[in-house]
Structure formats: structure tokens, C-alpha cells
Design a protein around this ligand. Sequence first.
Ligand SMILES: [Fe+2]
Ligand SMILES: [Fe+2]
Length: 359
Amino acid sequence: MSGTGVSGAADGRPVAAEARHDAFVTTSRRGLNHDLPPMRLYHKAKKFGTWDPRAIDLRQDKEDWKLLNDAQKDALLRLVSLFAAGEESVTLDLLPLIMVIAREGRLEEEMFLTTFLWEEAKHTEFMRRFLDEVAGVSGEDLHHYHTPSYKKIFYEELPQAMNRLLDDPSPAAQAEASVTYNLIVEGVLAETGYYAFYRTLQRQGVMPGFVQGIRNFQRDESRHLAYGVFLLQRLVAADDSIWNVIDRRLNHLLPYALGVTHEIYASYGGEHPFEVDQQEFIDYAIKQFSLRAQRIEQARGKSLAEVYRLAADQVEEAAPDGDEPAGAAGQPGEAVPPVEPRPAEGTGPSSTGGGGAAA
Ligand SMILES: [Fe+2]
Ligand SMILES: [Fe+2]
């Protein structure tokens, strides 16, 4: 690999002793491209992702917890224990993808991914805070809430797909990792979970601090998902055979993702303590999932410039302007200064050097 990525071994994986940079984006004519969809997400993350999990007031939540009946406490504890371990897992397992993107010299994408990892760490912190301070279960083991489908995804499929990238950074391996991480875990599972929290807690007017936190999570996750869809679009546009990889991976994982909901309901004999219909969750999950799969399929046969145009809408949908997070840890950032529009084609990471990784 040449250009701004790390060069080294012939298969693209740098050997430490041979690793070197041949050029840098920031000191080349190209400079940073603020129009790239991931860079626009990066600017949004600086503005909307700067909330502090410790700044959210959970005092009312503690009072509300005491008024739940045992079945409701169990259902909420189950859902939070799935989320806590899920956030921990995505925090632990993201690094191999960041490493691949960095080695390909995609500076703007890596800059966004630094915000991505920090946000997952904050989600992990907030979920544990709920368990310690609201549910008061410090010192208890909650692994018994993790059912077979959940374990299949978070104990096996996600860490395996992500860590495979350390040995195999190929576009097919990247696509499998992103489908698992972004489309299934963040798309189907996390979004259905947010929906469950809103549907049960917000409608009943309880747990206001926790609901605020979930709203912040959802705003952060909308950027993560927008990046995942962009990454898959970029990979599909560069090589149409990647679509089959994505399709196969989705079909492999979707039954387990839907299985998580089935197993939650099965734990309560088909009746959920918060009286929410199981089918409503499944319909919601499938609708969200289908929308993203369609967007990725739209990238087939498209140029990189067309992928950027497709991704622009996804970026706009992620955290609309004027929507500040609860628990913001400082003043909202300044508006992003206008930048000169750049031609989309040829502005990929390798444009400062010959060849390289740009799709
Ligand atoms: Fe998260
Ligand atoms: Fe995420």
C-alpha cells in the first residue's frame, strides 16, 4: 500500500519493523476533506456527543425504581443487563476496525471513529451507573439474563467478526464485521432496545433520567449507524461481490437478533410485565433493518461520488441541528465553518499518493 496509509507487508498488513508512512494528508495539497460523510459525522459528534453520563440526574429514577413491582424490576434489570454487556462488547471489539481504517490511510474516517469508541465507553459507563445507583445491584452477577441468542451474538459472532480483521483486513472481512457490529448489534438490537425503553418507561412517565440518557445514546448511535451504512456502501460500490457477502451475513445473523426478543418474552411466559406486544418489537426491528439493507443495495454499481451523495442524507438524519443532548458537558460547539466544496471523486485517502486504498 502506498499513499497516506501505513505501508509494510505485501498483503497490506504492516510488519512493525517495515511499517512506514510515505506521505501525510495534513501536509499534502489535499488537506482534510471536511465534506466526506465520515468527517461530517465527526463534526456532529464534537457538537452532540459531548454529554457526561455522570451529569444526568437519576434521583427520581431511584424513587421510581422502588415503586415497580418485582416482575417489572426483573424485566428492566434484564434489559439493562443486556445493554450493559452489549455496550461493553462494542467498546472492547471496535478497535480492530479502527486499526484497519487507519492502516488504509483513511484519516477522516479514523477521526470519526475516535468519537465512536469514546461514545461506546460512555454508554458502558451509563448502563453500569444505572445498575449501581438505581437498581442497586452492585456485587450481584447478572449473566443469567444472557440467553442463547444473545450469547451467540455478543459472546461469539461479534468478537469473532471484529477480531478476524487483525489477521484478515480484506473488504469481505470488513463487510462481515460491519454487518455484525453496525447493522445487527447497533441497528436491530440496540434500536429495538431503545424502542422498548421508550415504549415502557417514557409512556408511564417514570425513570426520567434514564430515559434522557437513552435519548443521548440514540443520538450517538444514529451517527454510528450512518457510518456503518456508509462503510458498507463504499465497499459494495468498489466491488459488487461484497453485496452477496453482506446478504449472507445478514441472513445468518437475523434469526439470532430476533431470537433475543423471543427469549425475553419466553422468560415471562409470553407476557411482558410492561404489557407491550412482542410483535410490535419484531415489526419495528424488521422495518429498521430493511430500510438500511435497501440503502446499502442502492450503492451497487455506483461511483464513489454517488456513494457520497447517497450518504449525505444519512449524515443529515443523524442528530439534526438544534437538538442538544441532555447532560451536555459544556457549551455546544461552534458551528462548523464553511469549507470549500471539493470534487467528490478522487478525494479519497489515497489521492496524495499513487494507488492505495481508495475505493
Ligand atoms: Fe453504544
Ligand atoms: Fe454504537
